[in-house]
Design a protein around this ligand. Structure first.
Ligand SMILES: *[C@@H]1O[C@H](CO)[C@@H](O)[C@H](O)[C@H]1NC(C)=O
Ligand SMILES: *[C@@H]1O[C@H](CO)[C@@H](O)[C@H](O)[C@H]1NC(C)=O
Ligand SMILES: *[C@@H]1O[C@H](CO)[C@@H](O)[C@H](O)[C@H]1NC(C)=O
Ligand SMILES: *[C@@H]1O[C@H](CO)[C@@H](O)[C@H](O)[C@H]1NC(C)=O
Ligand SMILES: *[C@@H]1O[C@H](CO)[C@@H](O)[C@H](O)[C@H]1NC(C)=O
Ligand SMILES: *[C@@H]1O[C@H](CO)[C@@H](O)[C@H](O)[C@H]1NC(C)=O
Ligand SMILES: [Cu+2]
Length: 322
């Protein structure tokens, strides 16, 4: 946590776009990738490449850079942040931390872009997002063969802290069709958080993971794929749209189970959560996620509560979707 201070100082000095948990004067503008100029896209990709070269800050075993550490936060908690109420809040905070690191470690001035996937349902492989010059590059079931991330290597996976693998992708346009508008509408129409989150998780969420395939298909290591952040920021935007439809209630509407079902754990090859992990959740030991639930980032960023991330325009996120 102390390690965050140099970043904070840098932030104040550079007057980057958003403060960390202070007065939110200037919100980060989160734009759709499809709507960004070629220059804006380049600024984002360059910042991402920079982050992959930054030294570790949290002392994670096996991590060779900050990218590995950020990915580890997801890997090590994959069995307690999916199929649970904290699914959307945890990933919202994860998007904020990634955006903040781009801004403070790499001088990025923009907000975290999102991948508006509904635009690509009819022509998945033809998406501008896979452009090798202005985008993230295309497929490669062994290693991606074009674009800016052909040399990306990761060093931690779901079972080892001394792995060494490249970014891979294996498109499945059929699986991507669950990103369609009808599915978004269905999730949007659900009244309670615990119903809507599991709908968003099962439908638009799986589209990005199963559609891109490869590293993105790995339920633990998927944040090694740079597209993960645009995908989950889009999901976060969908949640925010749902919240905005009844903001008075939905700024504080939390719920859902704290522990995934046995079936979900087996399906994804996740280990059983360690006994006693609920004691750290902060919900009072039960199996229901509350606003007091603790969100952990393995020391890359401070712990926060679900309550602190509920408002996308609040001091911690200080962002808006445009
Ligand atoms: C992780 O990497 C190790 C070492 O390369 C490998 O043996 C193992 O199969 C990998 N695990 C996963 C889940 O990919
Ligand atoms: C692609 O996705 C569809 C729908 O989810 C699935 O039935 C099919 O097996 C997948 N294809 C491959 C090659 O994995
Ligand atoms: C907002 O949600 C509450 C609680 O579910 C409900 O009672 C209320 O009618 C909703 N308001 C609108 C405008 O939908
Ligand atoms: C928590 O609730 C879910 C859904 O009812 C259930 O599948 C899971 O087994 C429960 N876990 C615990 C530890 O009670
Ligand atoms: C942050 O959360 C983790 C996981 O729940 C916990 O182990 C750690 O002690 C917490 N750190 C602080 C400073 O509260
Ligand atoms: C953010 O600020 C609030 C209000 O001062 C404080 O309660 C909270 O602990 C802070 N959170 C973080 C992550 O710094
Ligand atoms: Cu995830």
């Amino acid at each position: 946590m102390v390690r965050l201070l140099p970043g904070l100082i840098l932030l104040l000095a550079a007057e980057a776009s958003a403060a960390w948990n202070g007065t939110c004067n200037k919100k980060s503008q989160r734009k759709a990738w499809h709507m960004m100029s070629v220059d804006e896209r380049k600024e984002y990709i360059d910042a991402e490449l920079c982050l992959m070269e930054r030294p570790p800050i949290a002392g994670i075993e096996g991590a060779q850079n900050l990218w590995d550490e950020l990915q580890f936060a997801h890997i090590t908690q994959s069995n307690i942040i999916h199929n649970v109420g904290a699914f959307l809040p945890w990933h919202r905070y994860y998007m904020r931390v990634h955006e903040y690191l781009l801004q403070t470690e790499c001088g990025y001035k923009g907000g975290q872009p999102y991948w508006e996937q509904v635009r690509d349902v009819d022509d998945f492989a033809g998406s501008v997002i896979f452009d090798p010059i202005t985008g993230f590059g295309g497929e490669g079931s062994d290693c991606v063969v074009d674009g800016p991330f052909t040399n990306l290597r990761m060093h931690i996976n779901g079972t080892s802290n001394s792995a060494d693998y490249c970014l891979s992708r294996a498109f499945n346009a059929t699986a991507f069709t669950t990103a369609k508008q009808e599915n978004i509408d269905e999730c949007f129409s659900l009244e309670k958080y615990e119903d809507s989150y599991s709908c968003y998780q099962a439908l638009p969420h799986t589209a990005g993971h199963f559609g891109v395939g490869g590293t993105m298909y790995d339920p633990a290591a998927s944040p090694g794929e740079p597209l993960f952040y645009l995908h989950h920021t889009n999901l976060d935007r969908l949640w925010w749209e749902w919240q905005q439809a009844n903001l008075t209630f939905r700024l504080t509407d939390m719920g859902g189970q704290n522990m995934p079902s046995e079936e979900f754990l087996r399906e994804n090859g996740f280990p059983d959560p360690t006994p006693g992990v609920v004691d750290y959740f902060g919900d009072g030991g039960g199996n229901v996620t509350t606003l007091n639930h603790n969100l952990w980032m393995v020391g890359v960023a401070p712990n926060v509560t679900v309550r602190e991330v509920m408002d996308i325009g609040g001091p911690l996120n200080c962002a808006e979707y445009v």
